[in-house]
Design a protein around this ligand. Structure first.
Ligand SMILES: C[S@@+](CC[C@H](N)C(=O)[O-])C[C@H]1O[C@@H](n2cnc3c(N)ncnc32)[C@H](O)[C@@H]1O
Length: 452
């Protein structure tokens, strides 16, 4: 099976993407809230497994020049691309290796952060088990692994569609798209399956061959994930985004009801997955011998920086949310944003901040992030973003979110090397992309920290 996977990733280009859930600026907060004193990512060793062409790792390496980053992937072609892009962008604190994880002996470990995003569900069982054992061996004493995987409860209905499509293909329909077309023609409007079929068709072959119709697509339950990882000597700490432990879609009544059914944390978490039909988790693990504090002081909340998330449903958090929002798009230290409130009643302010984190109204990071949120006179993308613009790849913003553009926009982005004024770029945009509302678009880029 490893050969089939190898062949797929050598013969086709996997879409380049960054993954905000794997960002150590966020997962560090999650681990520290769980009682693990994980090192600051600004001075750490980071490994990404299945790093592909480095689109997730390279912006992180650029963000933290004092840290060292290692990437490994089965596909030599992807690794060549990653190496080439690191050199072209002048990113030197990174090393990429091609080969099977099972044959990899890292020279730069142990690692404070191991990232395996989009990996576990797409590899055979022996590689899955090896991944956990490898993480146990290669994590530093208070390091964390962030591992994402697909959840079987959310994938159930998609898998029924996949099985039908494969059966139609076996009956001679040819490629996935043709088989999906046939299935669509016999599905009834309003049928939930029809929605899935439409979604698959919209995603297109270039994604489907890796994703839904990859050689392996093996969703697990959380329970199975925790059992397999703990068998290898790892401890589950929760979701890498702390607001995803109890997603805000859940009403307070549902939470109370689910809690009343069990005292077991994993069963409780799994019941959340089932109620929500959740498709995906991004979990944080540490070594089972790591020093994890049983109780975490609420003072830890003062160590993080915050940006505003969704508008709070609780009026108590609204005041804090508004104070943080007034600094947008920056993420600022708590004292800087709600200093006055902290002075009034520190204990209750901290409780509200904690509630805000848990429900996604406040988005914590391990460090502040601030930049000019209006476009500079001579817009300049950094070397990696410029390279991405030239190759029409998604640009990764300051928050590690990827942003893909229509082809015509890339020509304008590729000209943002600091040598052209906003007026010159506007003129270029009017030729290359006449439909583009240039000024709001430029403001949007600045707001996302593309010129940071
Ligand atoms: C679904 S892609 C995910 C890529 C990237 N992490 C992302 O999420 O965008 C899976 C990646 O894992 C790599 N891979 C699969 N099996 C592997 C193995 N045994 N050892 C190392 N890499 C492997 C593939 O080459 C591919 O680049």
């Amino acid at each position: 099976m490893a050969d089939v996977i190898h062949e797929l990733y050598e013969s086709r280009i996997y879409p380049a993407m960054s993954h905000p859930l794997s960002d150590p600026a966020v997962s560090t907060v999650s681990a520290r809230l769980s009682g693990l004193d994980v090192p600051h990512p600004r001075n750490a060793r980071v490994l990404e497994i299945g790093c592909c062409s480095g689109h997730n790792l390279l912006p992180l390496a650029q963000r933290w020049p004092e840290s060292f980053f290692t990437g490994i992937d089965l596909s030599a072609r992807s690794i060549e691309k990653a190496q080439e892009r690191a050199i072209t962008s002048g990113i030197r604190n990174v090393a990429f290796f091609s080969g099977d994880l099972r044959d990899f002996t890292p020279l730069d470990g142990p690692f404070d952060f191991i990232i395996a995003h989009g990996f576990l569900s797409w590899v055979p069982d022996d590689v899955k088990i090896f991944l956990f054992t490898f993480c146990r061996q290669q994590l530093s004493a208070s390091g964390i692994a962030t591992i994402s995987f697909n959840l079987e409860c959310g994938w159930k209905s998609r898998q029924t569609v996949i099985t039908k499509v494969r059966a139609i293909q076996d009956a001679g329909a040819g490629d996935v798209m043709s088989a999906l077309g046939i299935l669509k023609s016999i599905s009834r409007a309003g049928d939930p399956e029809a929605e899935i079929i439409d979604d698959m068709i919209a995603r297109g072959t270039s994604i489907l061959v890796f994703d839904d119709f990859g050689p392996i697509n093996d969703p697990w339950s959380l329970k199975r994930f925790v059992q397999a990882s703990s068998h290898a000597g790892l401890r589950w700490l929760g979701e890498s985004d702390p607001s995803q432990n109890i997603p805000s879609e859940l009403s307070d009544e549902t939470i109370v009801e689910l809690r009343s059914r069990t005292n077991n944390l994993i069963d409780f978490q799994q019941s959340i997955d089932e109620v929500l039909g959740r498709m995906f988790r991004s979990c944080v693990l540490c070594r089972d011998d790591a020093m994890v504090a049983g109780r975490v002081s609420s003072d830890i909340l003062l160590d993080f920086s915050y940006r505003a998330g969704k508008e709070p449903l609780e009026s108590q958090v609204l005041q804090i949310h508004q104070a943080v929002l007034s600094h947008a798009p920056a993420a600022v230290a708590l004292g800087d944003s709600i200093g006055a409130l902290l002075k009034q009643d520190l204990a209750s302010a901290k409780q509200r901040v904690f509630d805000g984190i848990a429900r996604g109204w406040l988005r914590p990071r391990i460090e502040a992030l601030s930049y000019h949120s209006s476009p500079p006179e001579y817009p300049k993308l950094n070397d990696f973003r410029l390279l991405c613009a030239r190759e029409a790849l998604p640009l990764v913003d300051a928050w590690h979110y990827p942003c893909a553009f229509p082809l015509g926009h890339y020509a304008v982005l590729a000209a943002m090397d600091g040598s052209r004024s906003v007026v010159e770029l506007a003129s270029l945009a009017s030729h290359r992309s006449p439909e583009l509302a240039f000024e709001p678009w430029l403001r949007h880029l600045a707001w996302r920290g593309m010129f940071a």
